[in-house]
Design a protein around this ligand. Structure first.
Ligand code: ADP
Ligand code: MG
Length: 576
């Protein structure tokens, strides 16, 4: 449940001039969507649980927002439409803002560029009151029957501002922006019921269950059912971070679906977004972005909201720290989620002349365990090994899906993490049964020699041997490449160790990133190749070791390791 704390209602008053002067000024109402945003924010601040929005003529003809919040007492209504009149800054404390609004500018700004009618009633007043304003002047004032809550109707927007009217000629774009704004507000307030009508069509609706996942599914459609992974909760720098992200195979081509909610406010903190993108970039296909809702709650003093006229940006005091922790969280969740295989309808029937893939007869010679024992790892559900496919894929059956694991990339991920851990813990290097001779071009001898000390810190013991050769004597224990008795024995490519070390010659001595690039290279070159038949016991050991890694779904280059074919997808393809 994500419930937004809502401040109790206070009386409206005109802000002291000194405070009004400190408020980030600027044009608030730029397009129809800005009106929608301001009116809905007012409804949310009034603790509404149900907000209805009606739009006609892209918002230029009419915008109507009705809420069931605590309303405005009749005697305060004329104040509500005055400049710098607000009920939301009781202590003049701009450093501690707990509401979405605080400037007292929205209603008068709208009234200056449109016809505005506001009708409101509270539980304590038998009658409501309605004010109608045109060009900023009150033109009608009458009692009205209204249930507790508020209705604001804005008509003939920008009729008296020809430049604005000209700028909003593209109705489709304005409607799209309104939908985007309402979607953002609904994500920021999952406990509130939203309904948006465009002309007379219900365009968007949420049920206000308080569950962010339900809200996202209601807004994006059932495609998100079972496709959201939760993030957190995480406590960092006084902030509590939670959220949801779509599976790596469910992505979008733009950043419009990255929702960052800070204290109930949808915002775009730039540093944080940059850091999040850097985290998901290597894990998603090029140019794709996830659907993401990240909810950050901090003490109101730890965030500055008074920096942008339309309140689109906020300044989180610990933004860098929170961003880094949230990015790490996002990375680890995406890196653990196997790619789902999406069926595209076949363009032709199976060609009987082309050879069909065969499942290799598993080699059971080394089988010690019962072949049916499930493989249990932290990363995957219990899986049964079926066999090897096309000498390059490991085929497994999980509770509700079939899994295909790329044997090369799985081994690569295992080796990479082993190497990475080795440099952190500096375990005893494993002596190679036979040292490996590395020949270096005469011109490169000196440069290669200059890397030897740094190689030793990684566990690679290499020494000069004659004028232009080196001997590699020991390396970190790499399962399958050198380590003695493990079930991966002998599947890797130890002869690639020498050539991998030579890639250091392409690195600059000063660049601190060389280490990671070198480890990625080394893991890739020494991992088992595709095309190699593997015994069952090895297939098992690969999956077991992969399931222990921190990012079993993607190889260190960012390519998928695991493909998941859901039972539902099979059922729909076979039309069972
Ligand atoms: P702000 O939201 O910055 O205070 P506005 O001009 O948007 O400024 O609104 C002025 C005041 O009118 C608010 O402070 C609030 O007291 C009252 N108000 C506006 N809309 C509503 C609403 N939907 N429900 C209850 N009170 C409202
Ligand atoms: Mg407001």
């Amino acid at each position: 449940m994500v419930l937004r704390p809502v401040a109790p209602r206070r009386s409206i008053r005109i802000l002291p001039p000194a405070i009004a002067a400190r408020i980030a000024a600027g044009e608030v109402i730029e397009r129809p969507a800005s009106v929608v945003k301001e009116l809905v924010e007012n409804a949310l601040d009034a603790a509404a649980s149900h907000i209805r929005i009606h739009i006609r003529g892209a918002g230029l003809l009419e915008i109507r927002v009705t809420d069931d919040g605590y309303g405005i007492p009749p005697d305060e209504l004329p104040l509500a439409v005055q400049r710098h009149a607000t009920s939301k800054l009781p202590d003049d404390d701009l450093e501690r803002i707990e509401t979405l609004g605080f400037r007292g500018e929205a209603l008068p700004s709208i009234a200056a560029v449109a016809e505005l009618a506001i009708a409101s009633a509270t539980v304590d007043t038998p009658f409501g009151r309605r004010l109608t304003l045109y060009n900023g002047e009150i033109v009608a004032d009458e009692p009205v029957a209204h249930p507790p809550g508020t209705t604001v109707i804005v008509r003939r927007l920008f009729e008296n501002v020809p430049a604005r009217l000209a700028a909003t000629r593209n109705e489709r774009a304005e409607v799209a922006e309104i939908v985007r704004v309402v979607r953002r507000l609904a994500i920021a307030a999952p406990a509130v019921r939203f309904a948006l009508w465009l002309e007379d069509r219900l365009a968007l609706q949420t049920t206000g269950t308080g569950e962010l996942s339900t809200t996202l599914i209601e807004l994006y459609g059932p495609i998100l059912t079972d496709a959201l992974r939760s993030l957190g909760p995480l406590e960092i720098a006084g902030a509590r971070v939670t959220g949801l992200v779509s599976r790596p195979d469910l992505t979008r081509s733009n950043r419009n679906h990255l929702h960052i909610i800070v204290n109930g406010r949808w915002t775009q903190p730039r540093t944080l977004l940059t850091s999040l993108e850097a985290a998901y970039r290597p894990l998603l296909p090029r140019g794709r972005h996830p659907i993401l809702a990240l909810v950050i709650n901090v003490d109101p003093c730890a965030v500055d909201v008074n920096i942008h006229p339309a309140k689109l940006e906020v300044r989180l005091h610990a933004e860098r720290e929170i961003g880094q922790a949230a990015s790490e969280l996002l990375r680890s969740v995406l890196a653990r989620t196997p790619r789902c295989f999406v069926f595209t309808p076949p363009t032709q029937l199976l060609d009987p002349l082309r050879s069909t893939p065969t499942v290799n007869e598993p080699d059971t010679r080394y089988d010690e365990e019962s072949p049916d024992a499930p493989i249990i790892t932290p990363a995957f559900p219990p899986m049964h090994l079926l066999g090897q496919l096309q000498k390059r894929l490991i085929l497994l059956e999980g509770p509700d899906a079939l899994y295909l694991v790329d044997q090369h990339r799985a081994h690569e991920r295992i080796l990479y993490e082993r190497l990475r851990d080795a440099q952190a813990t500096q375990p005893d290097p494993a002596l190679l049964p036979e040292p490996i001779l590395i020949d270096v071009r005469p011109a490169d001898v000196e440069r290669f020699a200059s890397w030897l000390d740094r190689l030793t810190t990684l566990g690679f013991h290499c020494e000069p041997f004659g004028p232009r050769s080196f001997l590699l004597r020991a390396i970190p224990a790499l399962p399958g490449v050198v380590a003695g008795s493990d079930p991966l024995f002998g599947i890797g490519e130890p002869k690639e160790l020498g050539p991998s070390l030579l890639t250091l010659l392409d690195e600059s001595d000063t660049n601190e990133d060389w280490r990671d690039r070198f480890l990625v290279q080394l893991a890739c070159r020494t991992a088992v190749r595709r095309g190699r038949p593997l015994p069952r016991v090895t297939l098992r050991a690969l999956v077991e070791a992969l399931g222990q890694t921190s990012a079993p779904a993607v190889c260190p280059h960012g390519s998928p390791i695991v493909l998941r074919i859901e039972a539902d997808a099979l059922a729909s393809q076979f039309r069972w």
